[in-house]
Write a protein that binds this ligand. Sequence first.
Ligand code: COA
Length: 165
Amino acid sequence: MARKGIAVYPGSFDPITNGHIDIVQRALRVFDHVIVAIATNRAKDGSLFTVAERVAMIGEVFKGLGSRVKVDSFDDLLVNYTAKVGANVIIRGLRAVSDFEYEFQMATMNRGLKPDVETFFMMTGESYFYISSHLVKEVVSLGGDVSGLVPKSVLRRLQKKIKSS
Ligand code: COA
């Protein structure tokens, strides 16, 4: 498949999980560059990791891919950020049916705001459709094993952070 252009993959990534990584890896089959963009103005913020920590963690995970994956953060409207970085595609992962309504609302709102920006949905890998960052944090805080759900480097930081918080 001929790859094309830049896509923005937005989210809170608190922390990044193997589900997110799977989406990025598959998006790289379609797009030349993926910008993993941490939204810093989300309503539900009460994040465990600072934005700088999340940027560092994501950078570590994708360091082998060089310039094809960039990590950034933004605090404006997603469609404006997307246009600012020269992209016209937003990537979102769809897990279960329950994601659909929210994603449909966001994609429709974003299209209303900037019709040139297209939302591209990818089905989350079957091993990851039940993961969410808050569940991973909860399981780690209660001493459970999430080693198959996040990279080792993220697991180390999670354990350290939860111990000290
Ligand atoms: N694998 C595993 N988990 C996944 C996943 C995947 N493929 N895709 C999503 N998730 C999980 C996340 O871990 C997260 O879990 P949590 O709620 O436990 O933290 C949850 O699904 C939500 O995903 P996330 O990707 O963080 O999306 P969000 O709904 O929190 O963020 C933004 C949505 C950032 C895209 C949206 O708020 C935004 O665009 N903000 C910018 C401001 C703006 O433009 N607002 C108008 C939007 S119309």
